[in-house]
Design a binder for this molecule. Structure first.
Ligand SMILES: [Fe+2]
Ligand SMILES: [Fe+2]
Length: 235
């Protein structure tokens, strides 16, 4: 065998080995990239987490609006809808979302001396809305819904609740959360996002948020307000 032929054979063997190596490395690299993407998608930050919870809350406010409309018109309500909607508010908004705000967001702003007056109002509104939810829960049993005075009281509690929460959530989204964001380091921010997520899984299981959204969608369907296109209008 000539020296040139020998050199060519060695080159071919080396190229073949590199090819096999590439074939083995590529799937691993692809799997790592996929799992990284998966993590990024799952690991949303704490502010996005709180804001999408406001999205669930806003959808319950739309349910409350429809219930108020039906109560005012003397119309019937599908069984269990009001109690279930108030249950979402109690478990997901008051016992989870508001607690996260009170334990992790408000104290950091108070400590930094930022938005102290706003935080006081937000605390007071959490307390007030909790009292209103209590009234909604006691006034939405089948027996209470058959009683005119209870229906009036229910309508009043729902009206007051939506009156508090629309400006409350809007102020948090546009003023409180941006101020909080400017106070914490990226590392602390990421750690808090993980903490919120773990708590959500602990309280509501895997896919806890999605389950909550599905439950709210089910209530919207019962009231005939699920189809989004019905809200489109032009002049
Ligand atoms: Fe709040
Ligand atoms: Fe909030």
């Amino acid at each position: 065998m000539s020296r040139d032929t020998c050199q060519t054979r060695r080159s071919l063997i080396a190229a073949g080995a590199a090819g096999v190596g590439l074939l083995l490395v590529e799937p691993v690299r692809f799997a790592l990239a996929a799992s990284k993407e998966e993590k990024t998608r799952e690991g949303i930050g704490p502010v996005e987490d709180l804001m999408r919870e406001h999205g669930v809350l806003r959808r319950v406010l739309l349910i409350y609006d429809e219930v108020i409309r039906r109560l005012d018109a003397g119309k019937d309500l599908p069984p269990g809808v009001v109690a279930d909607a108030a249950g979402v508010i109690r478990r997901f908004v008051e016992d989870y979302h508001e607690k996260n705000e009170e334990q992790e967001i408000f104290p950091r702003l108070e400590k930094a001396g930022k938005l102290v007056e706003l935080v006081k109002v937000l605390y007071a509104q959490h307390r007030a809305s909790r009292g209103l939810t209590e009234v909604v829960l006691t006034s939405s049993t089948p027996a209470a819904l058959a009683n005119a005075e209870s229906r009036r009281r229910l309508g009043e509690a729902l009206r007051r609740f939506t009156r508090i929460y629309r400006p409350h959530a809007a102020r948090e989204d546009t003023v409180l959360f941006p101020a909080f964001r400017s106070l914490v380091s990226p590392k602390e921010f990421a750690a808090l996002g993980e903490k919120f997520e773990n708590k959500e899984h602990e309280l509501f299981g895997e896919e806890g948020f999605e389950k909550m959204v599905n439950q709210v969608a089910g209530l919207e369907k019962k009231l005939g307000i699920y189809d989004l296109s019905q809200f489109t209008s032009t002049l």
